[in-house]
Design a protein around this ligand. Structure first.
Ligand code: ADP
Length: 214
């Protein structure tokens, strides 16, 4: 099973993804968490340089860089899916939202994401917060805000592209679960767990049906 956790910076992705990992482990599942950008990788280091720099970078190169950072793990993600659950804190759905918000062509972005060989997730949990909340949480956390996090116009635009992906059901039908990210950590986790359980039951039901057919 592949679960993406999406939302703008500060929406609570890391917090919720980590809680979900713990819960799934306590249920006996084999779980692997992937977080992007992967700042340990060579591409991730370039992304970090870009985020903390001021030099303009062509959006086409940015898109490629962010997508490659995820695509390098394609085999690991597929393996984690086979063994149990892969949780992805950001995925190509983020790459599309952030780079299209900076002018990259939306249809081209979707095409490139699908052509990357990366698997289609079973669900995309979207944590919805406002641009103000996104910035406030990051500042309150004492973080030094990078060029994406401090740009309220960019965040507003990213929110629009997330909405667009959701309305388009990209990358597959009924994958998005919109969660109000402004509530308490516990309330949000409770809803996410209910949604994950439903999708997991559906997947297990399908697998059982397939077995019966053999
Ligand atoms: P993201 O991974 O989306 O950037 P984080 O999980 O790192 O978000 O959370 C950003 C900040 O907001 C952290 O300081 C975290 O403790 C705080 N936070 C996370 N979820 C909530 C919530 N539901 N309500 C209030 N603050 C939150």
């Amino acid at each position: 099973m592949i679960i993406c956790v999406e939302g703008v910076d500060g929406s609570g992705k890391s917090t919720q993804a980590e809680l979900l990992v713990k819960r799934l482990i306590s249920e006996g599942k084999n779980v692997q968490l992937f977080s992007y950008p992967d700042y340990e990788s060579d591409t991730g280091k370039k992304i970090k340089e870009y985020l903390h720099g001021t030099e303009p970078v062509e959006v086409k190169s940015l898109f490629k860089m962010y997508l490659n950072d995820i695509a390098k793990d394609v085999d690991k993600i597929k393996e984690a899916d086979k063994k149990g659950v892969a949780i992805l804190s950001r995925y190509y759905t983020s790459t599309i939202a952030y780079q299209c918000a900076q002018g990259y062509d939306y249809n081209e972005a979707k095409k490139k994401a699908l052509a990357s060989g990366l698997p289609i997730p079973d669900m995309v949990v979207y944590l919805g917060v406002t641009s103000q909340e996104s910035m406030y949480r990051k500042m309150k956390g004492g973080f030094v805000l990078d060029r994406h996090e401090r740009d309220v116009f960019l965040i507003e635009n990213v929110l629009k592209f997330y909405r667009k992906e959701m309305d388009d059901n990209f990358p597959g039908n009924k994958k998005w679960i919109a969660v109000n990210g402004s509530r308490s950590v516990e309330e949000i986790q409770k809803q996410i767990w209910e949604e994950v359980s439903k999708v997991a039951a559906k997947i297990e039901g399908k697998a059982a049906k397939r077995k019966l057919k053999v």
